[in-house]
Design a protein around this ligand. Sequence first.
Ligand code: MN
Length: 482
Amino acid sequence: MLVVRGGTVVDPIGSRAADVRIDGERIVEVGPELDASGAEVLDAGGALVIPGAIDVHTHFDLPVGAVRSADDFESGTIAAACGGTTCVIDFAGAGREPPVEALRTWHEKARGRAAIDYGFHLTVTEVPEDPAEAGARFRWFVSEGVTSVKLYLAYPERLMVDAATLRRALVAATAAGVLVCVHAEDGLEADRRTAELLAAGRAEPAALSLARPPEIEAAAVRAAAGLAAEVGAPLYVVHLSSAAGLEAVREARAAGANVLAETCPQYLFLTADRLEGPPDEAAGFVCVPPLRADADREALWRALGSGELQAVSTDHCPFTRADRRRGTRTGAGRWSAFTEIPGGLPGVETRLSLVFQGVRDGRLTPERWVELTSTAPARLFGLADRKGSISPGMDADIVVFDPAATKRLDARSLHMRTDHSPYADLTVTGWPAATISRGRVVALGGEPAAGLGGRGRFMARTASGPSGGRPPAGSQTGTSNG
Ligand code: MN
């Protein structure tokens, strides 16, 4: 028995002074001045007590050409716990391998290593043309506890799907209770621009902004949302990065499309001028979509406050300096063009606090902060029966968040397995004092407890989607639990 005493419980319902009693792995009681006799007490005086954060966009142990993302399921989930995240959904699949193989490989990567609970999305690169076969495949995903997929409209050589494939996926997925996520960039246009830039000798990191401008994000959002509206499917846009992309989301909604969208801290805190420094330094800021302008940052913050964006995830995909220098091309000792710099930033440890800076700045209410980082991700991705709120019966995934603690976000103060931090010059106010995962304290004062590897469990999810994870009416999909 553990009682979290004297804090302010915050969830989207509101904020109130309350204690939280935990028995084993579950929350059993929430209320003022609970009897703590015989229980271990965790003092939360002066702190916010919030549901553990959920990061629905990570890439642990992901091979990218000659290199691999630096965090595996052990180091990545330990870092997550230190920063207040108690559940991640990682993208299973590295390319065009069959889903059975991708899922088996990702289970092997995570099993026995994860410190916190985890689920998988599957990356889908092909969908059977026969509707019965397509339906069966998506129902198999659900039977495996995977109720969300991602399709890429970019990267023609590795991952991109055409419109017909996306349409088949939307139809089959929605019937099965699977939410379709898209990486929204017009990949053919990005490749055309890239070839043009390289031919003109523009190989430096800053050229990335010209190769992948906001218009190609907006175009892909429009195309995907149009298809989704046609077939009556919801659509979740990952890592929305620009004001133009946001405008495309608004237009699609006005035309009747059910579009959900997330953004990531890098698009809220960093801008494209970071790509203009010395090449090796600039390389540390390469991600896709690329960093944008200040006006984009502003638009995204406003959309988080207004409810136009549903969630903040990270797209956590860190690399070491050495691997960034080496580049993705096999056999090359060093990258020779921006296209060969492995793209992705560390983020799984810093998201909860970075979004909290929006509360400090008056851009977000505390309730909205919790909604964006925990409750909405749980609801949209089929975890709301176990996670995303502080109420009896839920998993005891709880963060005691000290709103006054300060932390400098340099690589040495953090636990992600990389030697550089895109926020190295930033000191945040507000950091987890304690992170509890299914009843166990897994981090204290931003430092991990010992012996965490392997205690995280695979979360078999039921239906995902804007209906809040309920299977669609009349569906014959099986359910399973973790
Ligand atoms: Mn990603």
